[in-house]
Write a protein that binds this ligand. Structure first.
Ligand SMILES: [Zn+2]
Length: 250
């Protein structure tokens, strides 16, 4: 889970449209008048095409986006078309959260709260720093073994594998075994590719950033590249943005 930046209300959702669609829902609660392309597109932009809770991609064939009402429509029916109450979620998270009433028992709001303040990380699972974090883990089932923990483990394993391979090449480069321009460019592209896996737009980015920045192999590769003067500002920038979403270990 990472913090998302708020997006402006779509211009199509004027106060009049909002009122008319809300009235439509109140008249027939089997309808879903929030299912509009202009709403869904803006929500997907906000979350980089990911679920706002678990960070799975929701544009893949097997998954699709559901418009999630942070304050559940069952208890807050006049807010069903309120822009700030709408979030993009996967079916799994939406079903898990169900009718949970966030007005009575709040969970992390991915726009209003920074998950890093409420969650910490160990062995591909989220743990709580606060009551808000604890409730979020429970309500959305953020440590679902089959659907989430295994995926995080795969991503962490691939980052480790890439760093392990790159470290050998970087050590050879430092020793002067192969210092060609082609080799130098390969190293630069490789470390940037690894860092790009830990950016907010990537699937399970909180996990990727946490694994990468806490991996001793990464620190070793970085220090060798710095010593060889091929660590550049572009890598620094990528690292800074990964650091902004990485969770604390404990
Ligand atoms: Zn989800």
């Amino acid at each position: 889970m990472i913090r998302l930046a708020a997006r402006p209300c779509p211009p199509e959702l004027t106060p009049e449209v909002q009122a008319a669609l809300t009235a439509k829902y109140l008249a027939d609660k089997t309808t879903a008048p929030w299912e509009k392309a202009y709403i869904e597109q803006e929500l997907l932009l906000m979350s980089h095409d990911k679920c706002c809770y678990c960070e799975c991609h929701i544009r893949e064939e097997s998954k699709y986006m559901e418009v999630e009402h942070f304050f559940a429509k069952r208890w807050h029916e006049t807010q069903v078309l309120e822009w700030t109450n709408l979030l993009p979620a996967c079916k799994r998270c939406n079903v898990r959260k169900s009718d949970h009433d966030c007005a009575i028992e709040p969970i992390i709001h991915p726009v209003q709260n920074d998950p890093r303040d409420h969650l910490k990380w160990r062995a591909y699972r989220f743990y709580d720093k606060t009551q808000l974090g604890k409730r979020t883990i429970d309500v959305v089932d953020l440590n679902d073994l089959e659907r989430l923990v295994k995926k995080r483990f795969e991503i962490g394993g691939e980052i480790y594998r890439q760093l392990d391979l790159l470290e050998d090449i970087v050590i050879d480069f430092q020793k002067g075994a192969n210092t060609s321009i082609q080799r130098k460019n390969k190293i630069i592209n490789w470390i940037k590719t690894i860092l790009k896996e830990a950016q907010p737009q990537k699937e399970y980015a909180a996990t990727a950033a946490t694994v990468l920045l806490n991996e001793p192999l990464y620190q070793n590769v970085k220090s060798i590249l710095q010593a060889c003067q091929i660590w550049g500002t572009e890598m620094d920038d990528l690292e800074i943005s990964a650091r902004a979403i990485a969770l604390d270990l404990f």
